[in-house]
Design a protein around this ligand. Structure first.
Ligand SMILES: [Zn+2]
Ligand SMILES: [Zn+2]
Length: 328
């Protein structure tokens, strides 16, 4: 009776409504097209930059062009690896039991303890039919659960999770560094044309104005970012993400919301120490490189069962979504 009442109340509020799952065609065709489109953007930047600076001569110009192409290739390889490597598939414990009523919110949440003794609330995923390990989340675009889910990236055409985040960070870093070499090549060519000492090159040739327009007004890397701005943004994002991976930074609190940091200095020092000791290195950098289409052998096994969250007296937030709970 209680379950029926719960289900009726949940349905009335729309909380128990199942998420619409992506179609088979969407899963098979759209993600690879997204990754290929991102690689095409990298090629487009390389081609436009090479065409605008085709008149540059000298050893410095050749070295800058070589470094730009090499970094562009590294960025494309990182993008393809990020897309192809499975982001992290949780392995269900075969001895674990499913809730008797999947639509009963109380039965879908239970309390477990990690190896260090820390308690966390574990949620049953109705779509994947598994108890999610700590920090595992369900991606509504891919219709599956992912270990240490960060987000679903439209540019990579896949979820960013425990096993492919290294390639995502590498893509950001190589793309940012490659763009900085595009900027350096362009400025070096303008220096060769004498743009900094005379007005003549600006009036006789189209390249100076075209290069400035390309660097500062062309939103090639993404719709809200110019080529020149993309250099520091992408590089710093890649470095920051790499640091967070090494430190295994957790930004969610135990309730699934944004973690409240009362002492920023102590938090920063703790994260730096964790990064130097590579707390998250094993999880993020040593995971299996199985392809997304091949079943992997993830080591994520649910810890032993304890009473449910309701039995433990832990309050449940009204606004908690599956994704928030999943990132406990
Ligand atoms: Zn799921
Ligand atoms: Zn996804």
């Amino acid at each position: 009776m209680a379950s029926d009442a719960n289900r009726r109340m949940g349905d009335a509020g729309g909380k128990n409504k199942r998420r619409p799952q992506p179609s088979r065609n969407e899963r098979l065709f759209l993600p690879p097209l997204s990754a290929l489109a991102t690689c095409s953007l990298v090629v487009l930047v390389l081609v436009i930059s090479g065409w605008l600076c085709r008149g540059a001569t000298g050893e410095v110009a050749v070295n800058l062009r070589t470094a730009t192409v090499a970094l562009g290739c590294a960025a494309m390889a990182s993008c393809l690896l990020c897309h192809m490597v499975d982001p992290g598939k949780p392995r269900p414990d075969p001895h674990d039991v499913a809730p008797t009523d999947e639509d009963d919110e109380a039965q879908r949440v239970r309390v477990r303890h990690m190896s260090g003794g820390k308690a966390f609330r574990q949620k049953w995923c109705r779509d994947c039919r598994i108890w999610r390990p700590p920090r595992c989340g369900h991606c509504r675009f891919c219709g599956r659960c992912v270990l240490r889910l960060d987000h679903h990236c439209g540019f990579m055409g896949t979820c960013i999770g425990e096993h492919n985040m290294r390639f995502f960070a590498a893509f950001l870093f190589f793309a940012g560094l490659g763009i900085s070499f595009v900027v350096a090549s362009s400025l070096h060519y303008m220096h060769q044309l004498g743009c900094w000492s005379s007005i003549q090159p600006w009036t006789e040739r189209f390249q100076p104005v075209a290069i400035i327009a390309f660097l500062f007004f062309c939103p090639v890397p993404c719709p809200c970012c110019s080529v020149a701005a993309g250099s520091p943004l992408f590089s710093l994002a890649g470095i920051a993400l790499g640091g967070m991976m090494l430190a295994d930074t957790e930004i969610k609190d135990e309730g699934g919301g944004q973690r409240k940091i009362t002492d920023p200095t102590a938090f920063a020092l703790g994260e730096i120490k964790a990064g130097l000791t590579c707390r998250g290195g094993r999880a993020y950098c040593c995971g299996p490189l199985s392809l997304r289409w091949v079943p992997d052998a993830s080591k994520a096994v649910s810890p032993p069962a304890l009473p449910s969250a309701v039995e433990m007296g832990i309050p449940q937030s009204e606004d908690e979504t599956d994704e928030q709970l999943a990132l406990l």
